[in-house]
Design a protein around this ligand. Sequence first.
Ligand code: PMV
Length: 336
Amino acid sequence: MSFLERRNNQVKDRPCVVSAPGKLMLLGEHAVVYNRACLVTTVDQRMQVAAKRIEQQFLKLEAKDTGIYAYKKKITRLGKGRIPKGAVFVEFAVYNFFKNYEFYGGIEISTKATFSCRYGFGSSSAAAVCAIAALSELFKVNLSLREIFNLCYKGVVEIQGKASGFDVAAATFGGTLYFVTGGQTIEPIRVEKIPLVVGYTGFKADTATLVKLVAKKALKFPVVFDNIYNQIEKLVQIAREALLKRDWVTLGQLIDLNQGYLEALGVGSEKLARMIYAARTAGAYGAKLSGAGVGDCMIALVSDQKRKVVIKAITEAGGKVIDLKFGVEGVRIERK
Ligand code: PMV
């Protein structure tokens, strides 16, 4: 398409609406930052983005959940200057889109989540994935899921420095994934219903800070940390098989082992430990933290018979149990 054709491409009034799911790390966090594999699933809590093309060359953004009201920036200034935390993921997504495809005009975006951005379900990445998918739809670029992932992951690395991109993959592809750093492998795992209970600690973890903390600790004992990452990758590979066979007993044991390694990396916390031990004592197959650690959520793998007592135990340990479904659909256009 020529520049003129692009310019004359009609600017629509009706916003295009796109949604993408949040995610939950099953096994392999932190190691996945260092070229290892992880297992991630999606949750039935979605980020929704409404986007409209505008004549002016601006990004206009409204993201009330993250405290962004009437944010406005020239397309040529995107990615530069001071960017508020609540806008940065969407801004970089839009920035990379316009850098790749030199379209005339701008975009007006508003985001809304059906979940609290404090849970650590990856609301920022899901919003960025939605923004790219909406831009692709509005400017008729027809990006594949892989291209949406690549563009979005580029932005995440520009923002965070070190990041695996597992959350971007989950929001894009949906389902449950076996994933290797940067999308070297993105393999769907066909598993119907994972019997998990999710407990929220009550406070938000800062992923970038915790990734840096682990990197700093690893400087003193590089071989030890590298071996821990190897062990985590090994158990993720066995867990992949267990998941495919729905062998919950084995998966539970691997979840417990993974928690041990995460404690060794230094990303556990007293609150998480209390909730994890409560779940195990109440009869869960296994329990561990999920994500960066210290705060956010823990997961417990449970049988139907033990579900109620495990929920009660986690609640008594001070956690808030969140009712979720897993392995849901990835990014999708809700309205063209
Ligand atoms: O905090 P979360 O849920 O976004 O998970 C972070 C997982 C890490 O492996 C620590 C970071 C990453 O980019 O994979």
